[in-house]
Write a new protein. Structure first.
Length: 164
């Protein structure tokens, strides 16, 4: 597991909400504490889509962060950050398979529930954590380590200052 404190909150939130940071991740949940509390469940609602769109969405349970980000941005845009927020993102199945191909893990793709990035903002502190969920018990942390390194590389690619 990775736990980082984001030092440059303004740059991070700009990259998150305007740039392309985490755009390829799927969004499980967003909770915003603003003038009122907003809760966004990232699950697709199959009843909303026509049959052709439903077929294309079947492989994906959650909306991408790129799809939900404009909605979140519309809610919180202004001169101040919300009082608090929580955003839970997960790597896509394709990304998980690619990571597995790069590491010596004994874990199989069907045994991975998800690889998560959790963003928390409260009391003017922005924290990023990673986590994983498996359908089996394992002591193998090779995939967790590789995911952690990939997230750090992504954040560094945007020149965002953080501390462990």
């Amino acid at each position: 597991m990775l736990a980082l404190t984001i030092e440059d909150k303004k740059k991070f939130t700009h990259e998150l909400l305007v740039g392309d940071l985490f755009d390829r991740f799927l969004c499980c949940k967003v909770v915003l504490q603003h003038n009122v509390d907003y809760v966004i469940d990232g699950h697709y609602n199959p009843a909303f889509f026509d049959s052709e769109e439903q077929d294309s969405k079947k492989q994906q349970v959650y909306a991408t962060w790129a799809e939900l980000k404009p909605i979140v941005f519309q809610i919180i845009k202004g001169t101040r950050l919300p009082e608090g927020f929580q955003i839970v993102l997960t790597a896509s199945r394709e990304s998980i398979k690619k990571l597995l191909e790069q590491c010596p893990s004994t874990i199989k793709p069907h045994q991975i529930e998800g690889l998560y990035v959790n963003l928390y903002y409260k009391n003017e502190t922005l924290t990023l954590t990673t986590g994983s969920s498996y359908t089996v018990f394992t002591m193998d942390n090779a995939l967790d380590q590789l995911f952690k390194e990939a997230v750090i590389k992504l954040i560094r690619s945007k020149n965002i200052i953080f501390r462990d």
